[in-house]
Design a protein around this ligand. Structure first.
Ligand code: HEM
Length: 148
């Protein structure tokens, strides 16, 4: 596993790059839902949002999440990187799971918009929009400050 240790700075760089792309999408997709919820179903505007949402999810958010897990997972099996006795490691794992669950919900809601079945308000999406932001702030503090 020595080669993983040698590659560690690179694995970390590509992990952070993947996470930036994942987060960019996770912060923007619910913002699109805010505007989409206010658009008349069947209108040209609504159809444009559908295309933007599908492309953002398929071309950016899904592949970026997979890459973040691959590079993060490689660091997990790199010798001497993670000490599971530290509480921050577990806290990060829980918050990453919640982020992944939000990703799943966003994908489900995109499907509902695509089929003109959205029943949630713009205000709902405005509130939900804050969740990935809060998760991202907490995760970065955990991994960088490493409290406990
Ligand atoms: C997808 C699942 C994830 C896994 C398996 C994972 C795993 C890891 C591991 C093992 C490290 C190395 C820690 C160290 O060197 O001390 C790391 C670093 C990092 N992770 Fe993640 N991570 C994931 C998701 C995320 C997310 C969602 C964010 C931010 C929103 C994030 C932000 C970071 C940052 C900024 C670093 C670099 C910290 C440093 O400079 O040491 N990770 N990650």
């Amino acid at each position: 596993m020595d080669w993983l240790g040698d590659l560690y700075p690179w694995t970390k760089a590509f992990h952070v790059i993947s996470v930036i792309a994942w987060m960019a999408g996770m912060l923007y997709l619910p913002r699109l839902y805010v505007y989409h919820a206010a658009a008349e179903p069947g209108s040209a505007q609504s159809e444009t949002f559908k295309v933007m949402e599908r492309r953002l999810l398929r071309a950016i958010i899904n592949p970026a999440m997979i890459a973040a897990f691959i590079f993060g997972g490689l660091m997990l099996i790199t010798p001497d990187v993670i000490d599971w006795a530290n509480a921050w490691v577990w806290a990060k794992a829980v918050l990453v799971l919640i982020m992944t669950a939000m990703h799943g919900l966003f994908a489900r809601w995109r499907q509902e918009f695509a089929e003109d079945r959205n029943r949630r308000s713009a205000r709902f999406y405005r509130l939900v929009n804050e969740i990935p932001t809060l998760l991202m702030v907490a995760i970065v503090i955990l991994v960088v400050v490493k409290p406990g």
